[in-house]
Ligand binder design. Structure first.
Ligand SMILES: NC(=O)c1ccc[n+]([C@@H]2O[C@H](COP(=O)([O-])OP(=O)(O)OC[C@H]3O[C@@H](n4cnc5c(N)ncnc54)[C@H](OP(=O)(O)O)[C@@H]3O)[C@@H](O)[C@H]2O)c1
Length: 212
């Protein structure tokens, strides 16, 4: 199983990476801008590709031989980067994609958390929604993950909600993203063409603990 991890120097990617390497048969290609930042990770299972997801050709050149792509990028150009990625994957016939997005894009958070989240980061919802729409309209075997407020807590437990269900929880640990994505890497058919909310139980409330 050869995995392409996009946005590899990001905080979530850095939590996902060690969980992937626990799977013996995994080979990793780390895709990032300024690859010298992760040069110390290079070994016989980990290679680095320097690239910018705003450039389709950079993505195209990283895809040969890849079985699973994990996209951890965010940003106000996420829709454009996602279009590039979907286009490159469809052309390269790489089918399996796990993509981080964000809870709230369907107004699926319970009140009053939804209104609080919207007041804080509502400006990102349209671009994240467009990004999810592009993936859902593709021919790919995708799993979209909608975390809410990310934490660096070591907790790996998670709870999932399907698209259309009201969200649970106000926090998602990056460690739980790592745990869940490793489960998907081991079982590539699991949650294919699913769009999931992911969070920790016990974090329900008006806002994440750090803001209470
Ligand atoms: N923070 C939250 O509470 C929260 C909540 C819900 C959802 N999310 C979403 O969760 C995801 C991960 O969050 P995070 O905290 O891990 O983010 P992060 O640390 O900012 O990591 C994102 C990575 O994406 C990379 N990236 C962005 N544009 C790129 C491009 N054009 N080409 C290549 N790489 C690019 C960045 O690269 P550089 O290092 O080169 O800048 C960065 O390393 C994001 O999609 C975010 O929108 C975040």
């Amino acid at each position: 199983m050869h995995i392409l991890l996009i946005g590899a120097n990001g905080r979530s990617a850095q939590a996902i990476l060690p969980r992937l390497l626990e799977i013996k048969e995994v080979q990793l290609t780390l895709f990032l801008r300024r690859s010298e930042r992760l040069q110390h990770l290079y070994n016989d299972r980990v290679r680095l590709v320097e690239g910018d997801a705003n450039k389709v050709d950079d993505l195209v050149s990283a895809l040969p031989g890849i079985d699973l792509v994990i996209n951890t990028m965010g940003g106000m150009d996420l829709d454009r980067k996602t279009r590039n990625l979907v286009h490159a994957m469809e052309n390269a016939q790489v089918q399996r994609l796990v993509a981080l997005n964000a809870g709230g894009i369907y107004e699926e958070l319970p009140e009053p958390f939804n209104s609080w989240d919207k007041s804080m980061v509502g400006f990102t919802r349209p671009v994240n929604l467009r990004s999810a729409n592009v993936i859902e309209a593709s021919s790919l075997d995708y799993t979209i993950l909608r975390p809410v407020w990310l934490t660096d807590k070591p907790i790996e437990e998670f709870q999932l909600t399907q698209k259309g269900e009201c969200f649970l929880g106000t926090e998602t640990s990056r460690a739980s993203l790592g745990r869940f994505i490793a489960i998907l890497a081991k079982n590539p058919n699991l949650y294919s063409r699913c769009n999931l909310g992911i969070s920790q139980s016990g974090t329900e409330g008006e806002m994440p603990a750090a803001y209470r």
